[in-house]
Design a protein around this ligand. Sequence first.
Ligand code: ATP
Ligand code: MG
Length: 556
Amino acid sequence: MSDVEIPSNFIQNRIDEELKTTKFTVHTRFPPEPNGHLHIGHAKSICLNFGIAAKYSGACNLRFDDTNPSKEETKYVKAIQEDVKWLGFDWEDRMFYASDYFDQLFEFAVQLIKKGKAYVDDLNPEQIREYRGTLSEPGKDSPYRNRTIEENLDLFEKMKAGEFVEGGKVLRAKIDMSSGNLNLRDPILYRILKATHHRTGDKWCIYPMYDFTHGQSDSIEKITHSLCTLEFEDHRPLYDWFLDELDIYHPKQIEFARLNLNYTILSKRKLLQLVEEGHVDDWNDPRMPTLSGMRQRGYPPEAIREFCERIGISKSNGTVDFALLEHCVRENLNLTATRVMAVLRPLKVVLVNYPEDQVEEMDAVNNPENPDAGTRKMPFSRVVYIEQDDFMEDPPKKFFRLAPGREVRLKHAYVIKCEEVVKNEAGEIVELRCTYDPQTRSGSTQDGRKVKGTLHWVSADHAFKAKVRLYNHLFTHENPADEKECPDLKSSLNPESLEIIEEALVEPSLGQAKSGERFQFLRLGYFCADSQSSSDSLVFNRTVTLRDTWAKIVKK
Ligand code: ATP
Ligand code: MG
C-alpha cells in the first residue's frame, strides 16, 4: 500500500502548470469548524490538503474556523487535533484559529466602511431576507444603504461596544442588490451575538460571518491554494471582491467535489442529532462515520488514506459505495492482522478418546500473508468449543461442516468425527461427543487426509471469556443523506446495527490483547480490542466481516 501520496488530479495538474511559469512554495490548509468530530468526508479534504503540500514539499496549516461562538467548543478542538494526527498528518507549528484574526478582521471591516463599501443596516433578519429577492427577482436596496461613512463608522463602533441588541443591526458589504449571484447582494459581514467565545471569551459581542473570515484568513496565512468543496464556487466572486477591495494577498481558490458515501450521513449537524437523541453512544461510536468512530471500530488510518487515494479528486458530485471503504480496510488488515481463534456462540465438544489430563501445544501461524509474523502455541485438550453454526444434526447437501457421523478438521489440530449428540430436556443440543484421530495432527506426515471442512475452536480449559460487539450499517436506507427520500432520519436507522455477544470464548493469546490491537478471528472477520478492553474484561469490536462485496461489484 502506498503511503500518503495521491494520484495526479486536476488540482495537481493546475499547480504543475503554474510552476512552469512562477516559482512558489505550495501552502495549503485544512480549515475545520470546531462544532463536531471529523468524519470520513473531512478525511478526503485532509488527505488532499496535506497530501498536496507534501507532494510539492510545501506546508499545510491546521486552522480552526471558529467564527460562530455559540456552536464551537474546546472539546471539539482537541478531538479534531487527535483525529488529524491519528490519520497520519502533522501541521508542525502551524495551528491557527480564525479567532486569532478578529482584530484584523475588524480593521478590514472599518477599511471597507471608509471606502464606502460597507454600511450598518437596521433591517431585521426577516426584512433582510425579503429585500434580498430571489434567483429570478432582483433584490431591493435597504433604506439604510446610503448612510454616510461617518455615521457607519460611529454605528459600527457602537455595535462593537455592545450598545445594540442582538439582531438590531448588522454590517453589510455594499456590492449589488441586483447581482445574479445572491452572495453578492450586500452580504452580511458582522452580526451582534452576545455569546461567550471559546477562545476570546466576552471580548467581542460582534462576530464576523464565515464568508467575511474564510478568504481573509487564507490571505493572512499566505495560503497559495484554497482548496474547498463545490458549494463554495458561488462564493468565490465574493471572496475575490473582499480581497480586491482590501487590496491584500490573493490565494487561488479551487473547488472539488465533496465525498458522499452510501448508507451513512456526512453532516456534522445530523451526526450531532444522532448523538443528542441517543441513537449512538457518542461521536466515537464505532457505527459513526467519524474518524474517532472508525478508530474505535479498528479501521487502520492507512486504510482510510488508501481509500481517499482511490476515490480521487473530481469536479462532479457522486456517491461512493461504502463497500470500497471496507475493501480498503480488509486489504490492509489482511496483510497486518494476526489470525486468532474465537468462538462467538460456543458448542461444547468432548473428544472421548483424548487423554483426560493431556494438553498439547499446537503451532499456529500468525499471518500466512506475512512469514515474519511467526507462529504461536495454542493449547489443545479433551474439551473444546466450536461454533454452534458449525454443526447441524440434519445437514443439507452442501453443508461441509460437522454432522453426526461426519469428519472435519480442527484448524492447527486434528481431524475429529462426531459420534454422538447430547441434548437437554428441552431438546436443545448441549454437547457433541466426538473422537479424534491421533494420526492427523496438523503438520504431521498423515496430515494430508481429505476432509472438506476446517473449523475454528478454542480449548475449554484455556479460553478466555470476552464481550464481542458486532456492528452493521447504521442505516438501512441506502441514501439517508437525501432529505427528499429520507425526511425522517430515525426511521431509516438500522435496528440491528449493533449486536452484543456477552460471552464469547477467545484463545488464550488474546488475554494480552492491547486496546486498539487488530486481529482476524478466523472465519469470522476482523476485530479490534476496544479502548475499554482489559485483561479482566476483554471487549472486541468487529471492524469488518471477511466477505468482500466490493470485489464482487468490481467483477460484475
Ligand atoms: P459538515 O456539513 O459535515 O458540517 P462542513 O463543510 O461544514 O461539513 P467544516 O468543518 O467546515 O465542515 O469542513 C472543513 C473542511 O472539510 C472544509 O474545507 C470542507 O470543505 C471539507 N469537507 C467537509 N465535508 C466534506 C466532504 N464530505 N468531502 C470532502 N470535504 C469535506
Ligand atoms: Mg462548514
